[in-house]
Design a protein around this ligand. Structure first.
Ligand SMILES: Cc1cc2nc3c(=O)[nH]c(=O)nc-3n(C[C@H](O)[C@H](O)[C@H](O)COP(=O)(O)O)c2cc1C
Length: 162
């Protein structure tokens, strides 16, 4: 069974709510799913290698920038080989800011540069996910992620191949 990690930074719970919704769209009989917050006290990110796919969520802060915990996570990623991992990116922002959900795009680019297989569609929610278009977008990312993941080789096979 392929393993999925839903990992996110959320200060007031909006991004966490997207993560919770995503989990409901994944059949636990088909995939092993873990959902967790970024933990600033443990930035050894080698545990990411235990997962075949990662759904990564972040809110946006300070005029289109990464929030602190996502920035620390990003720096710690330098030593981790994410090639072959399937990754989807989502987040919450506030449409009142000109650089709406910019952190989602920044993380998408970051994962792309690490040779991960990044799903093109991203989820950008204005604050809390309560509109039909939010749910449609979240379902779309989850479905595309699961489809790509199903067609990828498993982490175990990937280790042997390397
Ligand atoms: C100081 C500050 C700066 C922010 N800057 C942005 C921004 O540049 N772009 C954006 O889309 N949202 C911005 N936001 C809004 C948050 O991203 C938004 O409230 C989001 O829903 C928080 O997600 P969370 O509940 O998962 O923490 C900012 C919020 C604060 C408090």
């Amino acid at each position: 069974m392929k393993k999925i990690l839903i990992l996110y930074a959320s200060s007031t719970g909006n991004t966490e709510e997207i993560a919770c919704l995503m989990r409901t769209y994944i059949n636990p009989k088909e995939f092993e799913v873990t959902r967790k917050n970024i933990e600033l006290d443990n930035m050894d990110l080698n545990f990411l290698l235990n997962y075949d796919g990662i759904l990564f969520g972040t809110y946006t802060y300070d005029d289109g920038d990464l929030p602190f915990e996502t920035a620390v996570f990003c720096d710690s990623l330098e030593n981790v080989d994410l090639s072959g991992k399937v990754i989807g990116v989502f987040g919450s922002g506030d449409a009142a800011y000109s650089q709406f959900c910019e952190a989602v795009d920044l993380m998408k680019e970051k994962f792309r540069h690490m040779n991960a297989t990044v799903i093109d569609h991203t989820v950008k929610v204005d604050l809390f996910p309560n509109l039909l278009e939010d749910l449609t977008s979240i379902k779309k990312l989850t479905d595309q992620f699961l489809k790509t993941l199903s067609n990828s080789i498993t982490t175990e096979l990937f280790k042997i191949k390397k």
